[in-house]
Design a binder for this molecule. Structure first.
Ligand SMILES: Cc1cc2nc3c(=O)[nH]c(=O)nc-3n(C[C@H](O)[C@H](O)[C@H](O)COP(=O)(O)OP(=O)(O)OC[C@H]3O[C@@H](n4cnc5c(N)ncnc54)[C@H](O)[C@@H]3O)c2cc1C
Length: 549
């Protein structure tokens, strides 16, 4: 018989949210074990050498959403994390000519070059977005009001929670409340069309609405996804995106260092095969090697579909619960490449191979919203687009730890690659062909690109699922659509980080506030766990949720 291991809390998955949750629980004095399937902690936020001498962030590649409170509480800077500002936020080149640069102190002048009216609109557009992003920022570390079906004992705290939310929203004047509604319900395309005329400014702003969101920028609800990408900050600059020195793995290495310092046991190469449930209560997990890990608290940072369809006997779950999980939409349409480069790309729109500020920007190769719309329609029909949407980031322009001197690494973050290919084809059949197509597409913007590629790493949606457990390759553990957000993430009745069994908690991106390297779900779940322990002295949860509920 393999030995049985015991701890107060067991965390399933050592991605960044699992680590954050573990750190908070350990700080409160609990003995904590993290079970991670891979040989490194960090989930989708990891750095790896992918070509001799060239390292890069494998999946997530840029930082903004990481919550400052989490960062401070875990002392990530003391554990080695350094985040640098980008020299320029974004560069949007045309295939042949014309470009837009946006960044601090630059955008107004650049937009005015194209359209004076648009430049005039920008300050008010930013003001409104800022006010609303501030509200979202505050809500990121709050549990959303949970819809309960129990008696007053369950309902009362949620009523108070709802009242607190109402108070926050009441701070917005009527005009801003209308704006908020528009941002939640409308498409980014419609929203931006009513503000601006220029294709380039709409594209650079609207790009955020399709990042990790397999939809057209004209799909209702996409304006919220745009908003989701602006509620972060870098070094105190709201809405900015930056670079973690050493790649995104530096964030999770710092988190893992904090966890270890607090006494957390981070067990690598430990794939969970089964959640152990006894008499309606989660009591631990069994790993592939047959070992049992027992704990009074089990917190899962896995995609909800993965946990509830693959690691639990679904017969233990209520039919309504299983139905909701079956309908949980995963599949962000993401194709991700890393390339080793012998030289910097020389853009038709802004020639030059010598390092310039635009090389340090998020380079968006999708010059119009119509381009993005078409990419989505193509992908629905053919699996991917003739003209894909590619964002390129070349972190070696500001971080010399990633590539040999004079050479570079680039992340290619490509949107709208069907999670499931039409005609029953597998991504394994077409991965390399599609990677060639992406390289050709970038080469249309920068003719020296193809010749500069020394090596590449390619992750199709299927690879993202296999490698990281991202079901459907979904970078957010589930689409950020209205029916999967806030009190509905992952479902009504479980937005408070508490699962369908007593002792089971949800601490990953499938819970509020969703995906991105935020640390927020891990933080919020730890707070729910500790509040239950305070309330029940560690003996039971606030709710004994029987499987029959
Ligand atoms: C291609 C890509 C690009 C992205 N770009 C960005 C970006 O630039 N910036 C940003 O902020 N966000 C980005 N994201 C989103 C962000 O990376 C994720 O939302 C975030 O990392 C999710 O963190 P998590 O801890 O909730 O889950 P994950 O990071 O998914 O961690 C879950 C962990 O569980 C482990 N696991 C799975 N199954 C088991 C099992 N059976 N047993 C044990 N362990 C298991 C996995 O190995 C993984 O380590 C990107 C994601 C991807 C995929």
């Amino acid at each position: 018989m393999p030995p049985v291991e015991h701890s107060d809390a067991l965390i399933l998955g050592g991605g960044h949210n699992g680590l954050v949750c573990a750190c908070y629980l350990a700080a409160a004095g609990l003995s904590v074990t993290v079970l991670e399937r891979r040989g490194v902690p960090g989930g989708a936020a990891v750095t790896q050498e992918f070509h001799p001498g060239f390292r890069n962030s494998v999946a997530a590649y840029t930082v903004s959403l990481l919550n400052p409170k989490v960062s401070a509480d875990l002392e990530l800077a003391r554990h080695g994390l350094r985040v640098l500002d980008r020299p320029l936020a974004n560069f949007l080149p045309g295939e042949e000519q014309g470009y837009l640069k946006v960044g601090e102190g630059r955008t107004l002048g650049e937009v005015a070059r194209h359209c004076a009216r648009d430049a005039g609109q920008l300050p008010e557009y930013w003001r409104r977005l800022d006010v609303i992003a501030d509200v979202l920022r505050e809500l990121a570390l709050e549990a959303p009001p949970n819809v309960t079906s129990g008696g007053w004992r369950d309902a009362l705290p949620e009523l108070l929670n709802g009242a607190r939310l109402g108070k926050r929203l009441a701070r917005l004047d009527m005009a801003m409340r209308r704006e908020l509604l528009e941002l939640f319900a409308r498409s980014a395309g419609d929203y931006l069309d009513q503000w601006f005329e220029g294709d380039a400014i709409k594209a650079v702003l609207g790009f955020d609405s399709i990042v990790g969101h397999y939809a057209s920028p004209y799909t209702p609800g996409s304006a919220y996804v745009q908003l989701h990408h602006v509620f972060g900050e870098v070094n105190g600059k709201k809405g900015a995106w930056g670079h973690a020195v050493g790649g995104m793995g530096a964030i999770t290495q710092a988190m893992a260092a904090c966890a270890r310092e607090r006494g957390v046991r981070v067990q690598l190469n430990a794939p969970v095969r089964e959640l152990l449930v006894e008499r309606g209560r989660a009591v631990g997990a069994r790993t592939d090697d047959g070992r049992e890990w027992r704990a009074g608290i089990v917190a899962s940072s896995l995609n909800p579909k993965l946990l509830f369809q693959q690691l639990i006997d679904t017969a233990l779950l209520p039919a309504g619960f299983n139905e909701r999980i079956a309908r949980w939409r995963c599949g962000s349409g993401t194709f991700r490449m890393n390339v080793a480069l012998s030289e910097l790309p020389d853009f038709n729109a802004l020639p030059g191979r010598a390092l310039a500020e635009h090389h340090g920007a998020g380079i968006i190769m999708a010059p119009t919203l119509a381009w993005m719309d078409e990419a989505y329609l193509d992908a629905r029909r053919d699996g991917w687009s003739r003209k894909p949407i590619v964002e390129m980031l070349i972190p070696s322009t500001i971080d010399d730890s990633l590539a040999p001197r004079g050479q570079h690494v680039a992340s290619l973050f490509c949107q709208h690659f069907a999670p499931e290919l039409p005609g029953g084809r597998s991504w394994d059949e077409v991965r390399e062909q599609v990677a060639d197509h992406v390289i050709d597409s970038v080469t249309r913007f920068a003719p020296n690109f193809k010749g500069a590629v020394l090596g590449r790493q390619v992750l199709s949606p299927l690879d993202l699922e296999r490698e990281f457990g991202l079901i459907g390759g979904d970078i957010f553990h589930g689409a950020l659509t209205l029916d999967q957000l806030f009190s509905a993430r992952p479902m009504l009745g479980h937005a408070d980080y508490r699962g369908p069994f007593a002792g089971l908690y949800l601490c990953g991106s499938g819970s509020h506030p969703g995906g991105g390297v935020t640390g927020a779900p891990g933080h919020n779940a730890a707070r729910a766990i500790l509040s239950d322990r305070r309330r029940w002295g560690g003996r039971r949860d606030s709710r004994w949720r029987s499987a029959a509920q």
